[in-house]
Every structure is written in structure tokens, then in C-alpha cells.
Ligand binder design. Structure first.
Ligand SMILES: [Zn+2]
Length: 229
């Protein structure tokens, strides 16, 4: 079986009803991105930032994984360690579909990061006002990567891209770096590259092949092809 890296983005979550990162009006759930998704915003107004992520965390209970998440969990069962599933999404829909080894390059809503000791812990509720249970005194912040911060596990991701035979991008706009550059890195090292997206992405020219439509249908069909080929 081939070594595969799959990158998922907002499009796969949107089909489950998760609001996309930026709506047509350029706002994110009514907020400007710079007011809720930067370290500067958190330093200036932690209450607003916490309320924003607390609401998004609570909203996870209103959405469920779709057929694309389920197909990728099935692919993990077939490929095991030969699959790296990297997501830009901070929801837990891949895990709820059954994926065990998801690389959350932009962090997770269901995790808290201590600003003092940098310890992490699972978190399932409001975070505003909570203090770290390990060092005991420092405040907690959402364990998500904000604009201006370095995405998680980049070394592991690059290693997997270099070694991959196939790179598949699902539901990503191709506009947000470094993830938008993964296709070029994988291709430079010899991987075939496939885009599965609702519409042609900004990076479509870098892919060997592109299929456009709903992720639930496209991903399920592609996984079936790969598994039965
Ligand atoms: Zn701490």
C-alpha cells in the first residue's frame, strides 16, 4: 500500500455544519479574525477571546462527523502508520469518526494550554477564569495556533510529506500557509497529488489531479478506489 498524507481543512467540517473560518463578509462568527485569533488579542482582551472559543467548544455538541470523516477513519484502519492525517481544523470530528492519530496542526478546541508551564490538558467546558491544575497559578488559554504562531508538529509533517507516495488535500482553500505549501513539498519529493474540494482551490495548479464536489462523496469514493486497487 502507498504511504499517504491527507490534509483536511474547513470544507470537510463545513459539511457537518461547523461554520467556516471566514464567511463571505470576512467575519468569523461576527468577529474580526484579529480580535479573536491572535496572541495580541488574547493579551488585550482575554475575556472576549475565551468567550469566543468557549462558544465554539460548546457548539461541538451540535455537529456530527460526515461520510468524509468516516471514510478517512476507515482508511487509517487499512493503512495504519502509512497514513498521516493532518487537519487544519480545531474540532474533534475526525476523532469522533474513529481516527486515532490525527495531527492537529492548528491545535484543538478540546485542549487547554497553560501560559505559565506550557502544560496541556483535555478541556471540555468554559475556560474563562480557569487556572492551571499543574503549576496552580497560571491562566489557561485555548490550545489553538493563532495568527503569528507556529503550527504544531511541522517537523513530523514535513518528514511524512517527503516520504509520501500520495498527497491528498480535502476541503482546503489553498490560501493559508504553511499548509497551502504542502502540495508543492510532497510533489517535489515525488508524490502524486490529488485535490478533493467543493470548488477549485487557489493552489489547484500544483495538483496532478483535482475532483470537485462534496467531500462526503468525493472522499468516500477515493478511499474505496485506493483500498480496492
Ligand atoms: Zn501551568
Amino acid at each position: 500500500m502507498p504511504r499517504v498524507v491527507v490534509l483536511t481543512g474547513a470544507g470537510i467540517s463545513a459539511e457537518s455544519g461547523v461554520p467556516t473560518f471566514r464567511d463571505a463578509d470576512g467575519l468569523w462568527e461576527g468577529h474580526r479574525v484579529e480580535d479573536v485569533a491572535t496572541p495580541e488579542a488574547f493579551a488585550a482582551d482575554p475575556e472576549t477571546v475565551h468567550q469566543f472559543y468557549d462558544a465554539r467548544r460548546a457548539a461541538l455538541g451540535t455537529v456530527v462527523p460526515n461520510a468524509a470523516h468516516t471514510a478517512l477513519a476507515e482508511l487509517e484502519q487499512v493503512l495504519g502508520d502509512d497514513l498521516m492525517l493532518v487537519t487544519q481544523n480545531i474540532d474533534d470530528l475526525h476523532e469522533r469518526a474513529g481516527s486515532k492519530r490525527v495531527v492537529h496542526m492548528h491545535g484543538e478546541l478540546l485542549s487547554a494550554l497553560c501560559v505559565g508551564c506550557e502544560g496541556r490538558r483535555p478541556w471540555d467546558g468554559p475556560m474563562l477564569g480557569a487556572l492551571c491544575g499543574s503549576c496552580g497559578h497560571a491562566e489557561l488559554r485555548p490550545d489553538v495556533v493563532w495568527f503569528g504562531e507556529v503550527p504544531y508538529r511541522m517537523d513530523d509533517i514535513i518528514d511524512a510529506l517527503v516520504e509520501s507516495d500520495l498527497f491528498v488535500s480535502v476541503g482546503t482553500s489553498g490560501a493559508v500557509y504553511p499548509a497551502a505549501g504542502f502540495v508543492q513539498q510532497a510533489r517535489a519529493y515525488g508524490a502524486r497529488t490529488l485535490e478533493l474540494n467543493l470548488v477549485p482551490s487557489e493552489g489547484i495548479w500544483f495538483f496532478h489531479e483535482a475532483r470537485h464536489g462534496r467531500a462526503g462523496e468525493l472522499v468516500a469514493a477515493w478511499v474505496a478506489e485506493l483500498v480496492h486497487s
